[in-house]
Design a protein around this ligand. Structure first.
Ligand code: SF4
Length: 327
């Protein structure tokens, strides 16, 4: 079994609350460019900004809206309403706007969405910006995103280099696994081989149990088992890691690299070494790049994105270093 990273060379489509991409579409005609910090990496993805409140026809600037009588899911089931500051009902308009945005995301082929938490529309775990109150989550569009199984990334996390690194590597793995053809035991086993280190980092007891299940499966593996296994990994990949686990996993994978390649990488530090999160994020990117160039799987980040021309520039016309996958 090849011990290299999986390389995706197509840009993944990601939906985003338009106000987080700099569009001045908030009720007060403001917006924030939260993608600015990504620099060149921004162009590794195809961004699809949508604003359900604008698509509702509420205009900019507008009266702020709020949920009344329940959460966003209850708006869809008819048990709650959406009202503006003057008390006027705008429920149907906001539902229509949310539906239109969902259709646009589907046309774009988006599987992930960067949401503005705290909004009664796009929020997922909070629907108010007031202090630390949660409001009535999820919001109206947030409920639709959850229903449609989107890989959901809070916009605020994009500004933290370590949190973004964690979201990005899980998103790439999520996208790859979602689209991977898996029809038999060998294909399932080879997918697990790529993803097991990351799964172990995210939930060690779960990954141990999953490994046991795979080892115990018979020669013939039924479709239900394969799809159930895929779904469990996809659900796990939605869950963020934390700094302690990320640092431990980096060190474990680096030790493996040293053993396999017989050389060190300057700048990779042990979990005990005190440094800030930005320094840790740099080490992770260094290890990702070095492992790719040396053709060894970096288990913390098993699926990576490389533009086609960058693969060719690195490796010559015909070859590439990872195992390129077109999905
Ligand atoms: S949070 Fe959503 S609905 Fe509100 S301005 Fe941003 S994109 Fe529009």
């Amino acid at each position: 079994m090849e011990n290299k990273a999986v390389v995706i060379s197509e840009r993944i489509a990601i939906g985003i609350s338009a106000c987080c991409m700099g569009s001045p579409v908030r009720y007060n005609a403001k917006g924030f460019d939260l993608l600015k910090g990504l620099g060149r990496e921004k162009s590794d993805f195809k961004w699809c900004p949508v604003c359900p409140e604008c698509m509702a026809g509420l205009g900019v600037p507008r009266d702020p809206i709020h949920l009344s009588g329940g959460d966003g899911a209850m708006v869809w089931s008819g048990e709650a309403e959406v009202k503006n500051r003057r008390g006027a009902r705008v429920t149907e308009d906001v539902k229509d706007g949310a539906d239109d945005c969902m259709r646009a995301l589907k046309r774009a082929g988006a599987v992930a969405f960067v949401y503005m938490d705290g909004s009664p529309t796009c929020g997922v775990y909070r629907t108010t910006m007031k202090d630390l109150k949660r409001g009535n989550p999820p919001g109206i569009f947030g409920a639709l995103l959850l229903d449609n199984g989107f890989f959901l990334i809070p916009a605020a996390d994009i500004q933290s280099p370590i949190k973004w690194w964690d979201w990005r590597r899980r998103l790439l793995a999520f996208y790859w696994l979602t689209n991977l053809q898996m029809e038999n035991k060998d294909q399932l086993y080879s997918a697990w081989h790529k993803l097991k280190f990351l799964c172990q980092e995210l939930d060690e007891p779960w990954a141990r149990e999953a490994g046991r299940k795979l080892a115990a499966m018979g020669k013939e593996t039924d479709r239900e088992f394969i799809e159930g296994f895929r779904k469990d990994i996809l659900d796990l990949l939605r869950r963020p890691s934390n700094l302690r686990r990320i640092k431990n996993s980096l060190w474990k994978n680096y030790s493996y690299y040293r053993k396999e390649k017989g050389k060190s990488v300057e700048g990779i530090n042990s979990p005990e070494f005190k440094r800030n999160v930005t320094a840790v994020a740099k080490e992770l990117l260094l290890m990702e790049r070095t492992s790719f160039e040396d053709e060894l799987l970096f288990g913390s980040s098993p699926v990576i994105y490389r533009e086609k021309r960058r693969i060719k520039a690195n490796t010559g016309e015909e070859e590439h270093k990872g195992e390129e996958v077109k999905v």
